[in-house]
Each structure stands twice: as structure tokens, then as C-alpha cells.
Design a protein around this ligand. Structure first.
Ligand code: DSN
Length: 423
């Protein structure tokens, strides 16, 4: 057997036996996995359905149309492009469609919970555009909307980017959009983290307010790795770009051509098929129950940690995730060491900076936790209480291998009750 399959089997065992708390991960269904591993990987299909640069696309055309139709139905969107290979690609395409090199953009700072593609200086976004950032207030650790407004008024960006990777509170999309629009900016929401909660209607939707919405498909949406760009309502592009026939192009046209041929070549039709399958699952009533449980589990886990003396950034969570600020309970413990100790106990988390962190991004003073993956395995509130207890035990004994081994054995035994792979 090829070594690769041995490694895949080992990874499968790891996923089966551990408690997965990385907020951006999830477990796809058997059908999503089947589609992602299908013969569609063999097909070149540059272009869009019915407008391809290759023959033999009749079936992948139908697959891609199904994916587009389903995601539009989920969010009540008028247009969707399901080809972006990732969330970063989706954001890249939006910037290419909307901005000129050097244009001003305002996004949430990575240190306060934003994302690399929202203007980090080492990312293409920060390199190619003049990015400015807004963040959270020191008192509430929630978005400082007054500071945001001031920045929009002063900077007059061409585009405002909302959305975050490590922010556990509801974002006031309505206010942010109004301020952006009043100041002549377009308003984009990268809802990658909360997309599944929005789809299920258990979290406010950005669609009534945002000009453009991007997301990944593999987080709370529980699909394959990938990205999507959507528009609630299509609109004529404000810069007057024209079609060869002299008509003003619609934003959907600019976005589609920014994805292909702008930044990508052949789409991954096997992944698009897996997206279509996942979107079909999201349209079923069970998905709403799942999303509600994700939120309930996150709230219970956050409270259980608070009851054990942990500090949760902003005091709690409204979504699927939370940031634990380790400094109050364990002043000398870095996120890096905490992550390593928890991973040794088969509880998978990631280190994360907390707002106004005194440590670097490599060390950090926090860890980020999320409940989408563990909820897919069937976890309810009772397991959240146990997880909080195990996290405290590990973090109070990061150098004690015996205690860590005991917790690991308990985790492995517990996860046998939440079977994952039937395949
Ligand atoms: N960095 C990913 C996350 O884990 O949130 C998002 O791209």
C-alpha cells in the first residue's frame, strides 16, 4: 500500500479519537466526501456553465448550476460564483473586481479577530491595496463602532470589509453598511465563520445590507474546502465598465470574470459537486437543528469555562466560537504551550492572539475554541461541561505527562460514544 494511504488511515484514526475544537473545522457527510473524491476531478471546465472552453462539460455544467441554484436558495441571493478554490481566493477575486492597485480599503485588524486577507501587511491584500483597520474597544472587547465610523469618515475607503476569524459577537452589519454607503464605500462581508449559522437562520444575515458576501464552505457550512462569492441583489458596477456591446457591466459579470480568467483557471468540479451536495444538506430541516445546537454548545462551553475562572474575551459568545484569554488564570502560560498540552491530551485547539495581546502571534496569550465539529459528532451540553473540566485539568498540569495521559485516555474513551466515520 502506498505510504499515503497509511497516513490517511492514521489521520482518520486521529479525527475519530480526538475532541476537535478548532472553530474553523468541521466533519463532512459521507456524500460530500464521495462527491469530493469522484471522477469529476478528471474534468477541465474553464469558463462557466454553457460557456466553457472545453468539450464534454454537459454534466459538470449541471452540477455547477445545481450548486449555484442551491446556495442562492439558502441565502435568497441573486447571484453566486461557486468556483473560488478557497475563501482567500474569493476575497482576492472581489478585490480584483472592485479595486485598483493602491485603493483604500478598511477591514478588521487581524490582532482583533480579522483575517489575513483583510489587509495584513504580508498578505496580497495589504501589499496591493492601501488597507486601514478598525478593531475592538479595550473596555468591551467588542467592535468599537464609533471608532469605525470615524475611520470611514476620515479615510473615505473605496471598500469596507466586515467579518472575522476570531470574533464571537454578532456584528452590526446594518450600521456598518450604512456608514460605508453614506461615505461612498462599497460594503463587503466575509461571513466564512458564521455562514452555517446564517444559513440556518440562527444568526443575523448580512445579505440585506452587504453589496457582496464571501464565504468559505468548510466551516459552519459543513461542506468541502472551498469558497463562494454571492450578491443578495446584483447591481450595475459603479465605475461604468462596459461590455463589448457598450452596455454597463453588472457586478456579477465583473466578479465572474475576476474569478475566471482573473485569478483562476480550471474550476475544481469535484469540489463544486461536493459543495452542491453540502448545500442540499443545508436545505434540509435537520441542518437548522444542528446550527442551533452548535450555538447552544458554544454558550454552555463558554459559561462552564467562566465558572472555572477562565476569562472569555468579551465575556461570552453569540456564535460558534470563543477566545479564551489565558492571562488572568495562568499569567505565565502562553497560547502556544496551552495548544501543545491540549493536543497531547487529544483535545485539538489553536493558539490565538487576544485583543491587546502582550505576546507575539507565535506565542499568543489565548486559545480559540469552537463547537461546529464536535456538534456534528452529536455532542450536547453535557459533553461541553466535561470538556471544560478536561481543559482546566490539562492547562493546570501542562508539564505533568501522567495527568495528560489520563485525560487523553478519557477523551479517547468518550469519543467512542460519538462515532464519526461509517466509511
Ligand atoms: N484561518 C482560518 C481560520 O481558522 O479561521 C480562516 O481562514
Amino acid at each position: 500500500m502506498d505510504k499515503v494511504f497509511e497516513l490517511i488511515q492514521r489521520e482518520k484514526n486521529r479525527q475519530n479519537s480526538t475532541i476537535e475544537l478548532i472553530a474553523s473545522e468541521n466533519f463532512v457527510s459521507e456524500n460530500v466526501l464521495k462527491a469530493a473524491g469522484s471522477c469529476l476531478t478528471n474534468k477541465y471546465a474553464e469558463g462557466y456553465p454553457a460557456k466553457r472552453y472545453y468539450g464534454g462539460c454537459q454534466f459538470v455544467d449541471e452540477v455547477e448550476e445545481l450548486a449555484r441554484k442551491r446556495i442562492c436558495e439558502i441565502y435568497g441571493a441573486e447571484h453566486a460564483n461557486v468556483q473560488p478554490h478557497s475563501g482567500a481566493q474569493a476575497n482576492t477575486a472581489v478585490y480584483l473586481a472592485l479595486l485598483q492597485h493602491g485603493d483604500k480599503v478598511l477591514g478588521m485588524s487581524l490582532a482583533d479577530g480579522g483575517h489575513l486577507t483583510h489587509g495584513h501587511p504580508l498578505n496580497f491584500s495589504g501589499i496591493n491595496y492601501e488597507f486601514y483597520s478598525y478593531g475592538v474597544s479595550k473596555e468591551t472587547e467588542t467592535i468599537d463602532y464609533e471608532e469605525y465610523k470615524k475611520k470611514v469618515e476620515e479615510i473615505k475607503p473605496k471598500l469596507v470589509v466586515a467579518g472575522a476569524s476570531a470574533y464571537s459577537r454578532i456584528i452590526d452589519f446594518e450600521f456598518m453598511a450604512k456608514v460605508a454607503h453614506d461615505n461612498g464605500a462599497l460594503f463587503m462581508v466575509d461571513m466564512a465563520h458564521i455562514a452555517g449559522l446564517v444559513a440556518a437562520g440562527v444568526h443575523p444575515s448580512p445579505f440585506p445590507y452587504a453589496d457582496i458576501v464571501t464565504t468559505t464552505t468548510h466551516k459552519t457550512l459543513r461542506g468541502p474546502r472551498g469558497g463562494v462569492i454571492m450578491m443578495g441583489k446584483d447591481f450595475p458596477n459603479p465605475w461604468g465598465k462596459k461590455t463589448p456591446k457598450g452596455e454597463i457591466k453588472m457586478m456579477s459579470q465583473l466578479l465572474d470574470s475576476a474569478v475566471f480568467p482573473g485569478i483562476q483557471g480550471g474550476p475544481l468540479e469535484h469540489v463544486i459537486a461536493a459543495k452542491a451536495v453540502a448545500f442540499g444538506e443545508i436545505l434540509q430541516p435537520e441542518f437548522k437543528e444542528y446550527a442551533k445546537q452548535v450555538q447552544k454548545n458554544a454558550a454552555v462551553l463558554a459559561q462552564a469555562l467562566i465558572d472555572r475562572g477562565f476569562t472569555i474575551v468579551s465575556g461570552g459568545t453569540d456564535n460558534h466560537s470563543m477566545l479564551v484569554d489565558l492571562r488572568s488564570k495562568y499569567p505565565d502560560l502562553t497560547g502556544k504551550v496551552a495548544e501543545k498540552a491540549l493536543v497531547s491530551a487529544d483535545i485539538t485547539v489553536n493558539k490565538n492572539m487576544v485583543p491587546f495581546d502582550s505576546r507575539s502571534a507565535f506565542q499568543t496569550s489565548g486559545i480559540r475554541l469552537g463547537t461546529p465539529a464536535i456538534t456534528t459528532r452529536g455532542a450536547k451540553e453535557d459533553l461541553m461541561l466535561e470538556i471544560a473540566e478536561m481543559i482546566e485539568t490539562v492547562l493546570s498540569n501542562v508539564d505533568n505527562e501522567e495527568v495528560i495521559a489520563q485525560v487523553r485516555a478519557r477523551v479517547n474513551e468518550t469519543m467512542k460514544k460519538y462515532p464519526l466515520f461509517a466509511y
